[in-house]
Design a protein around this ligand. Structure first.
Ligand code: PAF
Length: 293
């Protein structure tokens, strides 16, 4: 029987995931909270250029969920998670940036329906329904508590994603958040592509320090990593050197950023654990100030 998937959020990643699901024959809905944009996207389809090339991929873009979905993939900005109205008894996979999304979804739909993880697919938003797939990357996810992972894994692999299941989704989310905490605020504040952070001694050191602060807070929550997150952040910076980080994309569009779910959460969790995070505090305050400019 044909599987049914809904992707929430017509941003850069949402467009890539929805277009790829639709292209491989999975019945796909892209959920947008704006009815006019949804109607327009249903007509125009989704165009992806770059590593993935899809011209005007047709799928239904709508404000509401159809019945009988096999999977919902949440790819909205982290600040929108709490406002989602999700159907009951449907597996929900969050691949959003930042900390706290899975916990919020678990309160909304029950933890047994939640899958969580992170994706390293690098995508740049070009225009409404039109994105550039800059570089492929792994998508790692797992059950938040007891949700079945077989069908989501089948669907992601069918759509050609490099997907893997982990027993420790919290760790994967923390790792991505720590890397984002190093890269995103600095690229947004300096208005530079990711790779530039490695070229200047000051930014390279500051990025390292931010990742170390995040790693210490993760440690206070019981997360241990078998590798250096500082080295991982530098690798990501190098691999995505020409990429404009999602936070800088938001700043350039004059949109709210995900600073609260990234540096803000690290700051708050650090305070709870009585761990000082002075550099995280400064970049958090500066990005918040930038959002208001
Ligand atoms: O948020 C982003 O832009 C991405 O997670 C990353 C890894 C920083 C690459 O641009």
């Amino acid at each position: 029987m044909t599987k049914k998937v809904a992707v929430i959020g017509p941003g850069a990643l949402g467009c890539l995931f929805a277009a790829r699901f639709a292209h491989c024959g999975i019945r796909t809905w892209l959920i947008d909270y704006l009815p006019e944009r949804a109607a327009m996207l249903t007509k125009t389809g989704i165009t992806v250029e770059g590593t993935t090339t899809l011209q005007r991929e047709q799928l239904t873009v709508t404000t509401s969920f159809p019945a009988g979905l096999d999977l919902i993939v949440v790819l909205t900005k982290a600040y929108a998670t709490g406002g989602l109205a999700l159907p009951p008894d449907t597996p929900v996979l969050t691949l959003q940036n930042g900390l706290g999304n899975a916990e919020k979804l678990a309160l909304m739909v029950g933890s047994a329906n939640v899958l969580a993880g992170a994706t390293s697919e690098a995508v740049t938003w070009l225009d409404v329904g039109c994105v550039r797939h800059v570089a492929p990357g792994a998508t790692i996810f797992g059950a938040w508590t007891t949700c079945d992972t077989d069908t989501p894994m089948f669907l992601l692999q069918k759509a050609g994603f490099d997907a893997a299941v982990t027993e420790a989704p919290g760790s994967v989310i923390w790792e991505k958040a720590a890397i984002n905490a190093g890269i995103n605020p600095l690229t947004a504040l300096l208005n530079v592509p990711n790779g530039v952070l490695l070229q200047r001694q000051e930014t390279r050191q500051l990025m390292r320090d931010l990742v170390v602060e995040a790693t210490k807070v993760a440690g206070a929550e019981g997360y241990r990593f078998g590798h250096s997150l500082v080295e991982r952040a530098e690798q990501v910076c190098e691999n995505t050197r020409d990429n404009i980080s999602s936070m800088l994309q938001d700043v350039r569009k004059g949109k709210r950023t995900e600073i609260e779910a990234i540096s803000g959460e690290i700051l708050r969790r650090g305070q709870e654990a009585l761990l000082p995070t002075p550099r995280t505090r400064v970049v958090y305050q500066l990005v918040r100030a930038l959002e208001r400019v």
